[in-house]
Write a protein that binds this ligand. Structure first.
Ligand code: CU
Length: 250
């Protein structure tokens, strides 16, 4: 199972959400940690039994002495020591390379080979979130998105530093004035996800939550069409009416 998971991300046509990547890293670390744990505990228990005190100690047992470095040149001890160090190093280095490779995929974002279905601008403010859609519509604290889609977010702030995060979707992005941080997620079934601010940003920080509502495609299309601003508004929007919008919110 591990093998199939590891190989699957190398297929070029396959593209996955951050949540899947982080779940995979978690699973691989958990699996390898469990295997190593079982091996070490079993080995220890076996030796506890094998070298138990049988009451027939004849005095020539080669016990380690305090301060002695185990060279074990006469026995196979050094071989075992080398083997266990070598194996540990191999496992740790492989995990580092593997996790780093996957994190590079996360860093690259969806832009490489997948067109996002929708782009939403996220603006953090004291204390809430504003979501600006491509059609010029903007919402406060609730982001509506369609099912089975790739959603790209451009996250910024209009006052102090915030951090936009949705634990269940495994996304988190800095929300900093004058900068845009890019992140994305995929949706499947309709549902709701809790948005929280992950950067202490003032007295209302803990109330700074919101919601991502994943809707059925048809339902979303209706909602999106209904909320299409009038053409006049849209022109204003294009000319950078952002400041106006922000004033309304505060
Ligand atoms: Cu905040």
């Amino acid at each position: 199972m591990i093998e199939s998971l590891v190989l699957s991300h190398q297929a070029p046509e396959e593209w996955r959400a951050q949540a899947e990547i982080f779940n995979e890293i978690f699973f691989v670390f958990l699996a390898i940690g469990t295997i190593v744990g079982i091996v070490v505990v079993t080995y220890t228990l076996l030796h506890l039994y094998k070298y138990r005190d049988r009451g027939d100690d004849d005095g020539d047992f080669d016990a380690p002495v305090l301060g002695e470095i185990p060279t074990g040149q006469q026995s196979g001890k050094s071989k075992k020591l080398f083997l266990s160090f070598g194996l540990s190093a191999l496992i740790v280095i492989s995990l580092v390379v593997y996790a780093y490779g996957l994190l590079l995929v996360v860093e690259q974002g969806p832009a490489e080979d997948v067109e996002p279905d929708m782009e939403v601008e996220v603006v953090g403010f004291q204390f809430g979130w504003e979501f600006n859609y491509e059609n010029g519509h903007s919402e406060l604290n609730t982001m509506h998105v369609p099912e089975d889609s790739v959603i790209e977010l451009q996250v910024t702030s209009q006052d102090v530093w915030h951090n936009f995060g949705v634990a269940e979707l495994r996304i988190k992005a800095d929300s900093i004035p004058g900068q845009y941080a890019n992140t994305w997620f995929t949706t499947d079934e309709p549902g709701e996800y809790l948005i929280m601010c992950y950067e202490l940003c003032g007295s209302g920080h803990s109330d700074m939550d919101g919601e991502i509502v994943v809707m059925e495609q048809e339902e979303f299309d209706d909602w999106y069409a209904e909320n299409e601003p009038d053409e006049d508004d849209e022109d204003e929007e294009e000319n950078g009416a952002n400041d106006e919008e922000e004033e309304e919110d505060s």
